[in-house]
Each structure stands twice: as structure tokens, then as C-alpha cells.
Design a protein around this ligand. Structure first.
Ligand code: SF4
Ligand code: MG
Length: 322
């Protein structure tokens, strides 16, 4: 098959993004377009679904198949597409309020299924579309300009939550680090299994705490000045389980990721926290439904050896006759 020569611009629709100036969402859609082009993914075999929120508009701007779905329900749509046709590349996109709030049940169960898809979470610590209420990732006591008083709720930790739910690729990146964002998205898409990419994203309209300037600062670390945002892998952090049958190695890598995720620090770590290769949900289904080794669910034959339908639906239609 001829290698496709696709550029990021080939994944742009004609719809002009109407996000606020300076929004991190611009960086993220650029990263998605760069990653899709870098992997030369055919647009007609790539699906992008979104939930509800500012990030819900993402499929409007990226020229692949997809849909803007329901609040907190992006993963069921993405999982359904992937399971019905596992040949597709499927990406789910949504906000932190959408995925870690109303959608958190789906978030957890997607992890334990380990379906081969990528979930990109636009994490800005607020519900931007509805005027900046605290999202589940805003830390207790924080008060961005959109809140009348400090946030009384504790924050959830997406990395630790994904780890306990069973995600097999867990990473964090930053909306305005184009190179790291592209590389992380590509690694997540290429990973075979359920991947979480939590993208830290400024919302200049409502979150004046974690702004572009905040992420660009230098901070004191071990007596020297360092950029606030640093790359785990550049500092030698090895996230990848080499032998998934080795229980000691798996435990050590899980423990390392959990400790890294929950340890407070002035700096902001980006990179891959944990990665393991394990049988996907699709693999497990094939073991119990042998036909799936020959056909995708969409291709399953619905006729017998005489080319006649193998299921008679006529009796079921009787009640609808008028
Ligand atoms: Fe972006 Fe915030 Fe504006 Fe939404 S409200 S478009 S997240 S800057
Ligand atoms: Mg948000």
C-alpha cells in the first residue's frame, strides 16, 4: 500500500475555532492534527468523538470522522465505534469536568476493559463552557477568578485514578509544548490498549492561577533554577513494563507511577507515567467468540451457506403491523 503523504493542514476543517484568544484548546487541536499527520492516519479510518464543554467542539475542527456527543458520555461512543470496527483508530476527547466529573464512571470502566483507544482530556481545572465553576481537578483552597470563594472540594488525581482503573498507557502533557504533545499523542495512539493523555491546558478566561505564564516560569529545585514544566523521560524516568508476566516488575512500575503522581512538587511533570502491554478487550472477546478472529462485528455474516438470511425477524415485526 502506498504511504499516505498527509500534512497537519489536511486534518483541518473549514470551521474556524471560536475558543477564547489564548485558550490551550488551540494547542491541543494543533497537537492532534500534528500527531495524525505524523502517523499518516487515513482520515476515513480515524474517528474522533468528544463530550460536552469547550473541548466538545474539537471534532468540528479536525477533518476525520466523528461526533460531538453527550456530557460525560464520550467513552461509550468511542468504545462502541472501536468494538464494532477494531480496524479504526479511535480517539476520545473531552474536558476534565466532562471526563472526571459526570463521566467518571465510564472513565473507570474503560480502564478495566483495556479497549484499544486513546482518551485525551483537556484539563484546565474549571468548567469553562459554563463560566468557570471548579472542576474535579481544582485543588482544595484554590480560588481562580471565576470563584467567589476558595474551592472547598478536594481534587481527584487523574493519573492515580487511571492507574487503579487499569489503563495501560498513562501520560500527561502540556497544551503549549507542541513537540511533547505531538510525541505523547502519537505514543498513546500507537499503544495497543486504553491510553489516557491528560493535557494541562490554560483557560485564560476563568483560571488565572495556572496560566501560560505560570507554566513558563522557572522554579527553584534542589538549589538550582529549573523550568516549571519538565519531562519525566528526560530525567531518566522509565515508565515501561518490559515483562508484563513479571509481577515484581509490574508492582514496582505501578508503585513508581503512583508515588510520582501523588507527590506534591513545585515543578510540573509531563511524560509517560506508566505503560504495559496486556491483552485488550478485543483480544479477550476473540478468545470466547472465535468468529471475531475472521470478522469484525460489522462484518459478521448474517446469511447462511445458501446466501439466505440466517435470522428470521418477521415474527418479531408482527406487533408493528397496522
Ligand atoms: Fe478556552 Fe476557557 Fe475560553 Fe473555554 S472558557 S474556550 S477553556 S479559554
Ligand atoms: Mg475543564
Amino acid at each position: 500500500m502506498t504511504e499516505l503523504a498527509l500534512k497537519p493542514a489536511d486534518y483541518k476543517t473549514d470551521v474556524h475555532p471560536d475558543w477564547c484568544p489564548g485558550c490551550g484548546d488551540f494547542g491541543i487541536i494543533n497537537g492532534i492534527q500534528q500527531a495524525l499527520a505524523g502517523l499518516a492516519l487515513p482520515p476515513w479510518e480515524t474517528y474522533l468523538f468528544s463530550g460536552v464543554g469547550c473541548s466538545g467542539k474539537t471534532p468540528h475542527y479536525i477533518k476525520v470522522y466523528g461526533a460531538h456527543t453527550l456530557h460525560g458520555r464520550v467513552l461509550p461512543f468511542a468504545m462502541g465505534a472501536k468494538l464494532s470496527n477494531p480496524k479504526l483508530t479511535v480517539i476520545a476527547a473531552g474536558g476534565d469536568g466532562d471526563g472526571y466529573g459526570i463521566g467518571v464512571g465510564h472513565f473507570v470502566h474503560a480502564g478495566r476493559r483495556n479497549i484499544d483507544l486513546t482518551y485525551v482530556v483537556f484539563n484546565n481545572e474549571v468548567y469553562g463552557l459554563t463560566k468557570g465553576q471548579a472542576s474535579p481537578t481544582l485543588s482544595q483552597g484554590s480560588q481562580p477568578k471565576s470563584l467567589a470563594s476558595p474551592n472547598p472540594n478536594g481534587a481527584i488525581n487523574p493519573i492515580a485514578m487511571a492507574l487503579s482503573a487499569g489503563y495501560t498507557f498513562i501520560a500527561r502533557t502540556y497544551a503549549f509544548d507542541a513537540k511533547h504533545l505531538k510525541a505523547t499523542l502519537q505514543a498513546a495512539i500507537q499503544h495497543r490498549g486504553m491510553a489516557l493523555v491528560d493535557v494541562l491546558q490554560p483557560c485564560p478566561t476563568y483560571n488565572d492561577l495556572h496560566t501560560k505564564a505560570y507554566f513558563a516560569e522557572t522554579v527553584e529545585h534542589q538549589g538550582s533554577s529549573f523550568p516549571r514544566v519538565y519531562d519525566l523521560q528526560a530525567e531518566g524516568y522509565d515508565a515501561v513494563v518490559k515483562n508484563s508476566e513479571d509481577a515484581d516488575e509490574v508492582l514496582a512500575k505501578r508503585e513508581q507511577a503512583f508515588v510520582k503522581a501523588i507527590t506534591p512538587e513545585e515543578r510540573v511533570a509531563i511524560g509517560v507515567y506508566y505503560q504495559i502491554q496486556q491483552p485488550t478487550f478485543e483480544d479477550r472477546l476473540k478468545a470466547t467468540i472465535p468468529l471475531l478472529n475472521r470478522y469484525t462485528p460489522l462484518e459478521l455474516p448474517y446469511y447462511d451457506s445458501n446466501r439466505l438470511p440466517d435470522t428470521d425477524l418477521t415474527s418479531g415485526l408482527d406487533e408493528f403491523r397496522v
